[in-house]
Design a protein around this ligand. Structure first.
Ligand code: GUN
Ligand code: ZN
Length: 428
């Protein structure tokens, strides 16, 4: 089956942090040709219609067709505790997160939350997530099982913790290695699934556990490795006390073989000059989680890191983040940029939520953009989804003026359709 989707079409030919809005390609009357799960062509509607008279046409009118959103750092097991009041990072983990994560040894509960989470993310136009699971292998099996059934490209790994976590939520250096290895061999590269080696963060891993996961990563160098870095000042002080031999927070990972291309660090707000330089030199990726950073009170991410050549993705950080929506997340990134005197252009915000996140996950040759050969994961966005947004876009003269009110005020009502792996997702 060949499908031709008609609408406004937004894609990128370059990085808008380098090239500005010239990096974006916008067709007012555009089309995307989809064949066998992939994008076969992107261009003007008239030309593609004439060239492919056999294609089944879906006309989305004035709605905007884009690559699906990519949420580069989430904790799907925290779905049910999103928007929990009044705590900062360490207290928040102990009060809300750990008790909830304890429940994921139960495969039925893990499957229920995996389904609920992926329903919510798809409804918000997110077609790929990179998730932490819990300490339990069952939580990985459940998540990948549900993601595979929906045809999603998905990333996840067992969260490893061998200290400073409650009984029932701790593994050991040896069991973290063995369980991660077994799960990696079971799931990595199965269909569209990728296993991610996942030490939670240095406060909950001994150097021995980090070293064991560094060894596993050396054995499977094509995997990603994800963890947290320098999210809150209290956390950084704690890391200093727990890892007195380390030069800084990044060094707790670097010394154990956990810093190189394919390392994906969440947050990375309070970085020392040595850390910034090493992250750039090593080719590591950072993930900006703006709603989480304001919700938990962590700080203001510096987008200047992009100019230093570092791969930066965007993420909700569910459930530390306060929304499942990458639109809301773009809005929060804009607001944090404003507080730092860095006004992000709508092209940059949209790029971060699609191609930028794909690049952070080293998947930019497959997802995150509309171009021939890319996988057909698409979102169709209504740019007048509420009366408030419609009146704000009424006088727009450019695509950016038309898009920005949806970035700032849009939610799942703006998501007109989602396509995964070349097929439309049935509306729930
Ligand atoms: N640092 C370590 N674990 C977590 C987590 O679950 N959420 C956030 N926001 N930060 C963390
Ligand atoms: Zn996180």
């Amino acid at each position: 089956m060949t499908d031709l989707l008609l609408g406004q079409v937004l894609s990128f030919t370059a990085d808008p942090f380098l090239e500005g809005e010239a990096a974006a390609r916008h067709e007012t009357h555009g089309a995307v040709l989809v064949e066998d799960g992939r994008i076969a062509a992107v261009g003007p509607a008239e030309a593609l219609r004439a060239a492919h008279p056999e294609a089944r046409v879906t006309d989305y009118g004035q709605a905007l067709i884009s690559a699906g959103f990519i949420d580069a750092h989430v904790h799907y097991p925290q779905t049910a505790i999103i928007a929990s009041w009044g705590k900062r990072l360490i207290d928040w983990l102990e009060t809300y997160t750990f008790p909830e994560e304890m429940r994921f040894g139960d495969p039925a509960y893990a499957a229920e939350i995996s389904g609920r989470y992926l329903d919510l993310t798809l409804a918000h136009g997110t077609t790929t997530v990179c998730s932490y699971a819990t300490i339990h292998s069952e939580s990985v099996d459940a998540f990948f099982g549900v993601a595979a059934a929906r045809g999603l490209r998905a990333y996840a790994g067992k969260t490893c913790m061998d200290r400073n976590a409650p009984e029932g939520l701790r593994d050991t250096a040896e069991s973290a290695y063995a369980d991660s290895k077994r799960l990696l061999e079971k799931w990595h590269g199965q269909g569209r699934l990728s296993y991610v080696i996942t030490p939670r963060f240095s406060p909950t891993s001994t150097p021995e556990q980090l070293a064991a996961l560094g060894a596993l990563w050396r054995e499977h160098p094509d995997c990603l490795m994800q963890t947290h870095l320098s999210e809150q000042l209290d956390e950084i002080e704690w890391v200093k006390a727990l890892h007195p031999q380390a030069r800084d927070y990044l060094d707790t990972y670097e010394a154990q073989g956990l810093l190189r291309e394919g390392a994906v660090f969440g947050h990375a707000i309070h970085l020392a000059p040595r850390e910034r330089a090493r992250l750039a030199e090593a080719g590591a990726s950072l993930v900006h989680c703006p709603t989480s950073n304001t919700f938990i009170g962590s700080g203001l991410f510096d987008m200047g890191l992009v100019a230093e050549g570092i791969r930066v993705g965007l993420a909700t950080d569910t459930g530390g983040g306060s929304s499942f929506s990458m639109l809301r997340t773009m809005a929060a990134a804009y607001e944090i940029g404003q507080l730092r005197g860095q006004a992000l252009h709508p092209a940059q915000l949209w790029w971060l939520a699609t191609a930028g996140s794909a690049r952070a996950l080293r998947a930019e040759d497959r997802i995150g953009n509309l171009a021939p050969g890319m996988e057909a994961d698409l979102v169709v966005v209504d740019l007048a989804s509420t009366p408030a947004i419609a009146q704000a876009t009424g006088r727009a003269e450019t695509i950016w003026q038309a898009l920005f009110p949806t970035i700032m005020m849009g939610d799942d009502r703006a998501i007109r359709a989602v396509w995964v792996n070349g097929a439309p997702v049935p509306r729930g």
